[in-house]
Write a protein that binds this ligand. Structure first.
Ligand SMILES: Cc1cc2nc3c(=O)[nH]c(=O)nc-3n(C[C@H](O)[C@H](O)[C@H](O)COP(=O)(O)OP(=O)(O)OC[C@H]3O[C@@H](n4cnc5c(N)ncnc54)[C@H](O)[C@@H]3O)c2cc1C
Length: 288
C-alpha cells in the first residue's frame, strides 16, 4: 500500500517543531518511530498533509533520575528502556514492559512517547504508566502542561493531547523499598500486541498487608483502564493467595470487553482475571 502524498519536515529543535505544528494545525502530524503512524498512512487510515519528524531533536531521548522521579524523554525507544540498567534497579516494570513489545526491530525504532500518544487499545505502555501513576509533560507554543495518566487516555486512539502539542516527557515516581511491580501479558501471536496486558504496582505496610495498589489493564477494552474494584479488594488486606485470587476476579468488572477473531469478549475477561492474579502474585513477591 502506498500512502497519500505528504510533505516532510525534520526540525532539530522543539521550538521549530512547535512552530510547524502551529502553522499547519489541520494537516500536520508528528512522526516519531513511525511504527504505528506509517502503517496507518499506508492503509490511508491517516492522511496528514505534513509530517513533522521529531527524530532529530536531540534532547527528547533520555532516561534521568531527579529526586524521587524518573524522567523519560518521549523519543526514548522501547529498547533503550528495556536495556536501562538504572531502570532495572529503580523501576523494573518499565524494562519488563518494554521487553514485551513486538520484536527487536519494533523496539529499536518505536518510542514510548509515540506509543502513549497513539493510545492503541492493545498497546503495552498505557497499562504501565497508569499503574505507575505517571505524569505526561505536554508542550505547545502556549507553554507546558502536566497531564496525569488517569486523565490522559480518553478513548480508542484518543488522548488528552491537543492539536499543536508535543508529548515531551513522561515522569514516574520511583518505588520505595516496600513496593513491587509486575507486568503480565498475553501477546497476540502475529503482532506481539497485548491481547491482555496487566501492570501492577503495589506496596506493603509494616505488617505486610497491601498499603496501596494501582492496576492498569490494556488489550481488553477500547482504552486502558484502572482495575479499581481489584485495587479496593486488595488495599488494607493481607497479600495472601485467598485475597489475591478473590480480588483478581474483579479485573473486568463493568468493562465493555473487545471481541475479535482472535479472542472473544468472554475469553478476554477470563484472561484479564487470570493474568491479574498472576501479576499481583509476582508484584507481591517482589515487595518486602
Ligand atoms: C509489527 C509491529 C508490532 C508491534 N507490537 C507492539 C506490541 O507488542 N506492543 C505495543 O505496545 N506496540 C506494538 N507496536 C507499536 C509500536 O510500539 C509503535 O512503535 C508505537 O505504538 C508507536 O510509537 P512510534 O514511536 O512508532 O510512533 P509513531 O508511529 O511515529 O506515532 C504514533 C502516533 O503518535 C503521535 N506521536 C508520536 N510521538 C508523539 C509525541 N512525542 N507527541 C505527540 N504525538 C506524538 C503521531 O503523530 C502518531 O499519531 C508494534 C508495531 C508493529 C509495526
Amino acid at each position: 500500500m502506498i500512502p497519500a502524498q505528504f510533505d516532510y519536515q525534520a526540525p532539530t529543535t522543539i521550538d521549530e517543531a512547535l512552530s510547524l505544528l502551529a502553522a499547519h494545525p489541520d494537516e500536520a502530524k508528528i512522526l516519531a518511530g513511525g511504527h504505528s503512524l506509517i502503517p496507518a498512512m499506508k492503509l490511508r487510515l491517516s492522511q496528514p498533509g505534513l509530517l513533522v519528524d521529531i527524530g532529530r531533536i536531540k534532547d527528547l531521548s533520555y532516561i534521568r533520575e531527579q529526586g524521587d522521579q524518573i524522567l523519560i524523554g518521549a523519543m526514548t525507544t522501547h529498547y533503550q528502556i528495556e536495556s536501562s540498567a538504572e531502570l532495572k534497579q529503580s523501576c523494573p516494570l518499565l524494562p519488563d514492559c518494554a521487553a514485551s513489545i513486538g520484536d527487536v526491530q519494533v523496539r529499536n525504532k518505536g518510542t514510548i512517547g509515540g506509543s502513549l500518544a497513539h493510545s492503541d487499545p492493545a498497546g503495552d505502555w498505557p497499562a504501565a504508566v497508569v499503574a505507575l501513576d505517571g505524569v505526561m509533560v505536554a508542550v505547545s507554543q502556549a507553554g507546558e502542561r502536566l497531564i496525569k495518566a488517569d486523565d490522559f487516555f480518553i478513548d480508542l486512539l484518543t488522548t488528552a493531547l491537543q492539536p499543536g502539542e508535543i508529548l515531551r516527557e513522561i515522569r514516574i515516581r520511583k518505588g520505595n523499598g516496600r513496593s513491587g511491580h509486575a507486568y503480565q501479558k498475553v501477546p497476540h501471536p502475529a503482532s506481539g500486541f497485548a491481547v491482555v496486558g496487566v501492570a501492577v504496582n503495589l506496596s506493603r505496610a509494616d505488617d505486610g498487608s497491601c498499603a496501596a495498589s494501582r492496576i492498569g489493564i490494556t488489550g481488553v477494552a477500547s482504552k486502558v483502564y484502572r482495575a479499581g474494584a481489584v485495587e479496593s479488594a486488595l488495599n488494607g488486606k493481607p497479600l495472601d493467595e485467598q485475597t489475591i485470587s478473590a480480588a483478581a476476579t474483579h479485573a473486568a468488572d463493568g468493562i465493555d470487553a473487545n471481541s475479535d477473531l482472535y479472542a472473544s469478549d468472554e475469553y478476554r475477561r477470563q484472561l484479564a482475571k487470570v493474568h491479574t492474579r498472576r501479576a499481583i502474585q509476582a508484584a507481591a513477591s517482589r515487595a518486602h
